[in-house]
Design a protein around this ligand. Structure first.
Ligand code: HEC
Ligand code: HEC
Length: 451
């Protein structure tokens, strides 16, 4: 090794050590601020945030086990892990958030879900629960109980061109519920959603409602074509931020909704099994206790989601990544994917209070146009509105989850396709991307992949 290279690598080591020590939490590449970790392998979404107390680390481990383990039908000897079903979509949290990352999207061959859910409403009563099938279609059931449906998902292709003439192909889904187990579904509105990666949940939870509300511009007074609305929740009056339509405000609520709706496990907030009146007469309800997951376990799982660290940006100083960042800014992406937010002082975890971090989201709902619309109201969010998803960790999805499918229903086969689907309030941004010369497009995608 030459003296020059030796000196250079010694300098690199020194920088590495400084970053590892968390010296510069305000550097742009420290996406989670104080909750950032230097990791880029398959465990990139699974680490606790640095500097947790021993007690907090213990709670993290307990929550981790509850998150990963398969729950089973009651009664079972698996102490404290029974109560699954009778109807459910998956038997563990990690089934839909593999390695704390994204669920496997539909594969387009009609096979059962492995990481996604399908919400349902009667066509005539937008946003309401289906009288027979409830709010969510369950394609799994305990022995002796019929699953609600099999959801068939087939790809439909569309084609377009960049301004420079380069052709592209997009894929979206055609969703067909088959083999209904409890009578005809009738005309319905369906919303297919993939489980997102969970990093940085505690930071998003700790953003004050007022910080989110300050970015709203429902009448588009600044004339940038982008309005943005907070999802004010009917219950509790809080501002929602979790889920593809920001329909939950806190991790405790999100976790209990997941146990209840995705796994058929009752909790303090949802003490009854999710069965409609027309089902409860005919469906056996094996009970794993009342509730099946108690407040203590709920708090451990919520703590786990709250303390998952955010991986640092890779190679923020790479010239192409730096160019891509400029292109991202010029195309107006940052109007919604806001580069920097600050948390308030309400988090139960001290490190997450008053933190500056870089999630690339405004946590607001935006009209994303007809192409992305699911046509189904969810609380106050319309069938065309989606919450800007955070972009941190997005470039590590292929490493952690072995696929590169993006957007709420996993239709985009690459980051490029995800950008090309943008419409509505993001139409100008999307058009700016389409108008870029190829090199600039590549740079922008390299920037996204570095997050
Ligand atoms: C059947 C699949 C499935 C299962 C099982 C599941 N989830 Fe989810 N999870 C999702 C989907 C889909 C979303 C987005 C929901 C929405 O858009 O409303 C989500 C959203 C979340 C979020 C919000 C993330 C964000 O930033 O928006 C958290 C936290 C979460 N889940 C935790 C859990 C926990 C904890 C469990 C186990 C108790 C669990 N999930 C079980 C599919 C699942
Ligand atoms: C008007 C607000 C808005 C603008 C402007 C915007 N986005 Fe988005 N972006 C969203 C929303 C909302 C979604 C989620 C849409 C969905 O899943 O259906 C999204 C999704 C994404 C995703 C996929 C995220 C995931 O988790 O799957 C990527 C990547 C992305 N945007 C990049 C960009 C880039 C690059 C630009 C600029 C060219 C941009 N966005 C401009 C609001 C916006």
């Amino acid at each position: 090794m030459s003296a020059v290279r030796r000196a250079a690598s010694a300098a690199a080591l020194a920088v590495g050590a400084m970053i590892a020590a968390g010296a510069a939490t305000d550097a742009p590449g420290r996406l989670g601020g104080p909750a950032t970790v230097d990791v880029d392998g398959t465990n990139a979404f699974s680490l606790p945030l640095p500097g947790l107390s021993r007690e907090d680390r213990r709670a993290f481990s307990v929550g981790n086990a509850l998150f990963r383990d398969n729950w089973v039908v009651a009664p079972a000897s698996a102490e404290g892990r029974d109560g699954l079903g009778p109807l459910f979509a998956a038997s563990s949290c990690s089934a839909c958030h593999a390695e704390d990352g994204r669920g496997l999207p539909p594969v387009g061959d009609g096979s059962a879900s492995a990481g996604w859910i399908v919400l349902v409403s009667p066509h005539a009563r937008d946003g309401e629960a289906h009288p027979v099938y409830g709010r969510q279609l369950q394609d799994h059931a305990v022995p002796g109980v019929r699953p609600e449906v099999r959801v068939r998902v087939d790809p439909v292709r569309e084609h377009g061109r960049y301004a420079d003439g380069t052709p592209f192909e997009l894929e979206r889904w055609k969703i067909s519920p088959e083999e209904p187990g409890y009578g005809p579904l009738g005309e319905v509105r369906l919303s297919l959603r993939v489980g997102p990666q969970l990093v940085g949940g505690g930071l998003l939870e700790a953003v004050d409602d007022a910080t989110i509300l300050a970015r709203e511009d429902p009448q588009d007074r600044d004339g940038d074509g982008i309005s943005g609305r907070a999802h004010r929740l009917a219950v509790g009056g809080r501002v929602g931020r979790f889920g593809w339509k920001a329909s939950q405000a806190t991790l405790e609520d999100q976790v209990q909704a997941a146990f209840s709706e995705d796994m058929g496990i009752t909790s303090p907030l949802f003490p009854a099994e999710v069965l409609t009146d027309s089902q409860s007469g005919s469906v056996r309800e094996p009970s794993g206790g009342s509730p099946e997951v108690d407040a203590h376990k709920v708090s451990r799982v919520a703590h786990y989601c709250r303390t998952l660290a955010v991986p640092a940006q890779r190679a923020p100083d790479d010239p192409r990544v730096a160019l891509g960042r400029q292109a991202f800014m010029r195309a107006g992406c940052a109007a919604c994917h806001v580069p920097e937010l600050r948390s308030g002082d309400t988090s139960p975890v001290a490190a997450l209070r008053g933190a500056v971090f870089r999630p690339f989201t405004d946590l607001l709902l935006h009209d994303m146009g007809e192409g992305l619309a699911d046509g189904r109201r969810d609380g106050d969010a319309s069938g065309r509105e989606w919450r800007t998803p955070p972009l941190w960790g997005i470039g590590l999805v292929p490493t952690v989850n072995g696929h590169s499918r993006y957007l709420h229903d996993g239709r985009a086969r690459s980051l490029e396709e995800a950008v090309l689907w943008h419409g509505g309030e993001a139409q100008r941004s999307r058009d700016a991307f389409v108008a870029m010369p190829e090199e600039e497009r590549r740079a922008l995608l390299a920037f996204l992949a570095s997050l």
